[in-house]
Design a binder for this molecule. Structure first.
Ligand SMILES: Cc1cc2nc3c(=O)[nH]c(=O)nc-3n(C[C@H](O)[C@H](O)[C@H](O)COP(=O)(O)OP(=O)(O)OC[C@H]3O[C@@H](n4cnc5c(N)ncnc54)[C@H](O)[C@@H]3O)c2cc1C
Length: 381
């Protein structure tokens, strides 16, 4: 069997893989594609096993691991059981704004239970007319006494009907429209909220993406996260970290298919030889192996720089972009070289392909990742 890319040894890898095995996560990954639902039991079990909040500080109830160590564990989790549980492991990271800027009351009520897997907190930024350009969002939060009143619509959100609460970004009118966007923690059972699910996604169907409408939803002032007008500023470092970590998940998933394909083509007879004896099959797989390793080394370098405090938005964006490209190409080859069965649901490659495909859109489309890179390359002082 081919060697893994040069991942650092980590004693926690064994613990993660044992959990995957014991909880049958690889089988569950496949089932959730055929019968999509939010895997609440597994989410709770992950919380109980300390697999939610790998990077979250210990005083908040997390493991307090460094970004590179978190990346190694996510790679292994994704390699063993697809994107689902690796992404769930990152859900507290996707809610860092709450951990970093929320009041002690909000953290106790929502962030700590999220780490335990008791409550699911989602994120709602995207709107019908504002996605890649989050600064264009229109949802309003009007202050009246000790309350804000929310009006607007969020779309494309994961866990649209399953989240117990969501971090919602809305505009509080002020003198400077660029500094109006504010983050709120919104329990999703408040009067005035209507939720609906999209008709169905290409992949990652367990996420149950959909829309959430807010009509005159009253929120106490204490639901605001941090200060008015600083929502986008707060979310930026979170986005950078999550993009850098997502890269490791896409690489882990693709690595699994690559290993399986390398093994398969060495056995499969075709034209009196094995498939691996045909250069048209062998060369793409050799290239994929080298590219996966290169993308891993880049991801690791970016995570190490971020851990050391270097603000590397471009590195994180490009790492997600590169990992997604390399992973999709590898998964496409896995489907191709398994032939007819590769195209079928009998094998995991087509699901992995469909799941990783979201990486070109979610958490910032690939074009935006490249735009972040271009901004850095031609920086204006
Ligand atoms: C699996 C998944 C999970 C998601 N989860 C959430 C969630 O939990 N919460 C949430 O708020 N959102 C979520 N989203 C939504 C996601 O963040 C948005 O879809 C994304 O930001 C793009 O916004 P949009 O869909 O409005 O596309 P648009 O902004 O309309 O862009 C459409 C396409 O145009 C291209 N494009 C856009 N701008 C540029 C540009 N400047 N230069 C070149 N090309 C450009 C890109 O190809 C882009 O994909 C999720 C999406 C997916 C697929």
């Amino acid at each position: 069997m081919p060697k893994l890319p040069p991942l650092p040894e980590d004693p926690l890898v064994g613990e993660v893989l044992e959990f995957v095995e014991h909880s049958h996560l690889a089988r569950r990954y496949r089932e959730l594609d055929a019968r999509p639902e939010f895997p609440r039991a597994e989410f709770r079990a992950m919380g109980g096993a300390g697999l939610l909040g790998l990077r979250t500080s210990r005083d908040l109830g997390g493991r307090g691991l460094s970004l590179p160590r978190t990346g190694v564990l996510l790679f292994h989790l994704a390699r063993a059981a697809g994107t689902t549980f690796a992404k769930l492991a990152l859900q507290p990271e996707f809610c860092s704004v709450l951990a970093d800027q929320g009041s002690a009351d909000l953290i106790d009520a929502w962030f700590r239970p999220l780490l335990r897997g008791d409550r699911l907190v989602g994120n709602q930024i995207t709107e019908p007319a504002a996605g890649s350009d989050a600064s264009a969002l229109e949802m309003r939060a009007s202050r009246t006494g000790n309350h804000y009143v929310l009006d607007g619509e969020k779309t494309e959100a994961a866990f649209a009907e399953d989240a117990d609460a969501a971090i919602v970004y809305a505009r509080v009118a002020g003198p400077d429209a660029r500094r109006e966007i504010t983050a709120f923690l919104v329990p999703q059972d408040l009067p005035g909220i209507t939720r609906s699910r999209n008709s169905g996604d290409l992949g990652e169907r367990w996420m149950g993406r959909g829309s959430v409408r807010y009509r005159g939803v009253e929120l106490p002032v204490g639901s605001r996260i941090g200060e008015e007008g600083r929502g986008l500023e707060y979310v930026r470092p979170e986005l950078t970290r999550e993009r850098a970590l997502l890269a490791t998940i896409y690489l882990g998933v693709a690595w699994a298919s690559w290993e399986e394909t390398v093994g398969y083509v060495a056995e499969r007879p075709a034209f009196h030889r094995t498939l691996s004896d045909h250069q048209a099959v062998a060369f793409p797989l050799v290239q994929d192996g080298a590219r996966l390793q290169a993308a891993w080394l880049y991801a690791e370098r970016v995570l190490t720089d971020l851990e050391r405090g270097k603000a590397d938005d471009a590195g994180a964006a490009l790492s997600k972009w590169m990992a997604t490209e390399v992973a999709l190409e590898t998964l496409d080859h896995a489907i191709q070289f398994h032939g007819g069965r590769g195209y079928s649901r009998d094998l995991p490659h087509e699901q992995r392909y469909r799941d990783v495909r979201s990486g070109k859109i979610a958490h910032g489309p690939s074009e935006i990742m490249l735009a972040v890179g271009a901004r850095e390359l031609w920086k204006k002082s």
